[in-house]
Design a protein around this ligand. Structure first.
Ligand code: CP
Ligand code: NVA
Length: 301
């Protein structure tokens, strides 16, 4: 594995290896392998972030490296310098890059022109680091994903939903995308995935039936702010509240990648009742991403 650009590009075995190494790293956080000694990494973000930024900054330091945060708007990239030129400059000075931006192609281009390990920290298409952390969380809580049924509710065509779709296709667990017609994954995308483990429904009660995990994300992803009003109106029936939870399997896990908008995709009470799990998910970003970095710099150790 040279880069982590998407879950689409990983094999099931690579995903399993990352989750399994993350479990080991979490157990022994104080003895993190110093695989980044002498290395300088950069975080280049053109979208906001709390969890991803903090977990990468902490993780890189725990692995012995040094890290700089570059806001996309503060560097020349924000004034129109091409990504390929930015990549060629950085490739001569730093050892690895973590990028959060809009177009998936920008991350791919950066990886190809910089020649250094590059990690997708969220694009419009995918959020691979989030789902790796979520798989670690499922492993801790219910022993993994084998034979499990996960339901993603809300904007079924967003980056987080798409990475779940790839995870299901690669790992073989059942995934239900519960979303109104306007927010279902694009047909061309589903054709590319071509997996029989994934179903799509526009009926919330049907979506949650028999699921081991109910998962949601914000209704208005970064970059979609202009559509906020319409999205909130259309997605209203997809809120995880007690009524919907009552239709799911008793004891189903409620997961959220955060940030959470109470009263929109989840109610205050459902979020708070599941806060331990949801903030475990947030913490697991750190462990999962450290595992990703170890795989990138060290191979499958
Ligand atoms: N879940 C997630 O990626 O959070 P941030 O946007 O705060 O990084
Ligand atoms: N789908 C959300 C995820 C935030 C972590 C967004 O792109 O804003």
């Amino acid at each position: 594995m040279k880069h982590l650009l998407s879950l689409e590009a990983l094999t099931g075995a690579e995903i399993e290896r990352i989750v399994s190494q993350a479990t080991v790293l979490k157990k022994n956080r104080a003895a993190s392998p110093q695989v980044l000694t002498g290395q300088q990494w950069a975080l280049i973000f053109t979208k906001s972030s709390t969890r991803t930024r903090v977990s990468f900054e902490v993780g890189i330091r725990e692995l012995g490296g040094q890290v700089m945060f570059l806001s996309g708007n503060d560097i020349q990239l924000g004034r129109g310098e091409p990504i390929k030129d930015t990549a060629r400059v950085m490739g001569r000075m730093i050892h690895g890059a973590v990028i959060r931006t809009f177009a998936q192609n920008d991350v791919e281009e950066f990886a190809s022109f910089s020649g250094i390990p590059t990690i997708n920290a969220l694009t419009d298409d995918e959020h691979p680091c989030q789902i790796l952390a979520d798989l670690l969380t499922m492993t801790e809580r219910i022993g993994g994903w084998e034979g499990r049924r996960v339901c993603f509710l809300g904007d079924g065509d967003c980056n987080v939903a798409r990475s779940w779709i790839w995870a299901s296709a690669k790992l073989g667990f059942e995934l239900v995308i519960g979303a109104p017609k306007e927010f279902q994954p694009a047909a061309s995308f589903m054709d590319r995935v071509a997996s029989s483990n994934i179903s799509v429904t526009d009926d919330p009660s049907e979506a949650v039936q028999g699921c081991d995990v109910l998962y949601t994300d914000v209704w208005v992803s970064m970059g979609k702010e202009e559509e906020a009003k319409e999205r909130i109106e259309t997605l209203r029936p997809w809120q995880i509240d007690h009524a919907l939870l009552g239709k799911a399997k008793p004891g189903a896990l409620v997961m959220h990648c955060l940030p959470a908008y109470r009263g929109k995709e989840i109610t205050e009470s459902v979020l708070e009742e599941n806060a331990t799990l949801i903030f475990d998910q947030a913490e697991n970003r750190l462990h999962a991403q450290k595992a990703v970095i170890c795989q990138l710099v060290n191979g499958a150790k």
